[in-house]
Design a protein around this ligand. Sequence first.
Ligand code: HEC
Length: 305
Amino acid sequence: MKHRLIFRQLSKNLLSLGLSFTVASIIFLGYSSLAAGELLPPPAITQLDLNDPQITERIFSATPKKIITVENDPLFGKTQQYEGYPLQAILNFFESKANSEIAFIASDGYSVTIDPRTAPVERGLLAIRVFSSPDGKSFPDLKVGQEMQNPGPFILVWSGDYKELSKLPVPWGVVEIKLVDKSNYLSQAEPNPKTLKQLASQAAVTQVKRGFNLFKDNCIKCHAVNMEGGRVGPELNVPLNITEYWRPLGLAKMIKNPADVRWGSKMPPFPTLSEPDIADLISYLSAMRFQKVCDTADSCNKYSR
Ligand code: HEC
């Protein structure tokens, strides 16, 4: 009886000892991983999806915010103060590669690039709000054409007098920042976030992205989409998208082996493309009907000038 009691007491002590050891080691592990984190920076990124809370949390929690002043503000006029994350600090998370630029992609698909080697990066701010916003919104709405649009969630702005900086882009509605290869960056032939959003499923998004890569590797040297690409073969998206006037069977045959469709076709066959490859290519081409830079002969003439 007594022995059992002592044993119980002992095991209780051992248990609490064990517990405190565990607690201590959790704290210790926590600290050591923190320390390791400080010594080894996390791997460099090539793309920052600003809609992804997991990634933005990692980037933004490590980046102190700043307030800057913009004179002759190009969006809201007058002098504005913005709060946001310094561009330099954000770019420090990116891989640095020779011959690459940084693209800022807006939710409506608009995209611009800056060259971090020549742009005054130290003046840039990825703004999350304007200081004098009257209605409690992060940014006041902007008049775009006939409608009002909110320029959030992020705007790239530059400190100082914008009159002197007017060659610098001020993209608003930014939802993605990515490293791009200067020599082959396509801003209009690549499906943008807005286009991808219109697809039915994540599987469709994957398919369209794969299709775009296949198109870049095999087709773009001869064919343009939104006027980006070669001129040997016909433009495939504007004013009418190829899938709006070709039927799927003919299209698949044409891509695989043009001679099966047209005797004497000037397009080479692609015997190495598999059936899923062709399906992905067609998904890409079809998705681009949501993303036209112009949609009539007239508007395309104007756009191409
Ligand atoms: C070497 C240049 C070249 C390459 C590479 C090429 N094409 Fe073509 N393509 C042409 C030419 C030229 C035509 C014009 C039609 C003809 O001569 O029959 C054409 C026609 C087409 C057409 C029919 C358009 C029409 O209405 O006539 C489609 C669709 C097409 N190509 C898709 C593709 C796809 C997808 C790829 C990549 C897998 C691709 N092409 C690669 C040159 C090329």
